[in-house]
Write a protein that binds this ligand. Sequence first.
Ligand code: AMP
Ligand code: MG
Length: 419
Amino acid sequence: MISTQANCNDIFEPGLLPVEQATHNILSALPAIEEFEIINIEKAKARTLAENITASFNVPQFDNSAVDGYGLNAIDLPKEGVTNLKIIDSAYAGQPSTKSIATGECIRIMTGAIIPEGVDTVIMQEHIELQDDIIQLDDRHQLGQNIRLAGEDLQQGSTILQSGRFLTPADIGLLASLGIATVKVKRKIKIAIASTGNELISIGDTPKQDSLYDSNRYSLYAALDRPDVEIINLGILEDTPEALLKSFNDASQTADIIISTGGVSVGDADHTKTALTQSGNVDFWKIALKPGRPLAFGHIKNSVFFGLPGNPVAVMVTFYHFVQPAIEAMLGIEDKAAAPKLQIRSTENIRKKAGRTEIIRGILQQQSDGEWTVQTTGKQGSGILRSMSLANAFIILEHDRESVKKGELVTVQTFSTLF
Ligand code: AMP
Ligand code: MG
């Protein structure tokens, strides 16, 4: 029987795997990383918390002033007109007043200072008239104003961060405000990257007439250069089934994920396919996606394997759409600020047929009337890496979507939330 083989240039063919199905197949076949390590909070940004954090005391620990001003008792607030109060002491952050006020008295108080005894209200210094040690205030103030209550930031006993949280700079500050020096986080995920293809040379090699510098391993290296990933760089692999299989088997001793690029389509020299077919557990998909149609996914021993296409743009698109979500799922990241997908007006017509997802490189920019719009970067060939470099966003044209007319809304995912 002759079966039709996928070719990057054919367009619509029955039996292509929709993007959502590929994503589902990937996410349901991933092992979770369970091991953790304990690290200093200074190094914990962008790591995944592996414990719940509970506040062991209130933050702030005591009621304190929210402003620079004067602390008084609300009994002395004038119902109408003005009142004069005598300043009997000063309270500073870190240097409290030990006095307590009586009727007709107040205490000069600075932001962050403990609220002295008898004080239940603070008046901003801008709202009084000062004459020697007497303040005069009017009738626009209310009981309790300008006081920060103990526990209003973090309440003793409450869980402030949950296991699975992808730690942000603010989270690190919260940990510090509880005096916590170290946290338990998921260990780094180990990811091996390799390039395949006899035409490839490394930076520093002497170019031949038909050689091509390996760029995929560098764009992947940069995309993976994040605090929760340890990269194992396997270099350019010798393109024979035996050599490839040996390299992948060796890498599977240490790597949680192995990513190779190239050799998953149907060219004669695509030995990756031969090698992986022998290794058993890898499927070769033809995804209804442009760019990024051929994709191999499966397992090599204990490693998850992604065989990305060779074309440099297809590599980046499939990395961000399939591999990055897989990494985050394996790390157990459950609580991370979502990368929003926005609906943005296109300033140009974009040709598209229903039946596959197209991920177009776009430039999101603000017009003089303030509206954000998107246009394409121009030529969209999957070998044109500059289309990624010029872009600041993906324009995602969904499976069933047809051509876009200038002025229509399209789905846009900005790079700043991905990289
Ligand atoms: P392949 O999927 O191996 O047939 O590769 C598809 C195209 O991508 C070919 O034009 C390759 O030369 C190119 N290519 C493959 N690997 C790389 C790489 N690591 N860096 C740059 N281009 C590559
Ligand atoms: Mg190749």
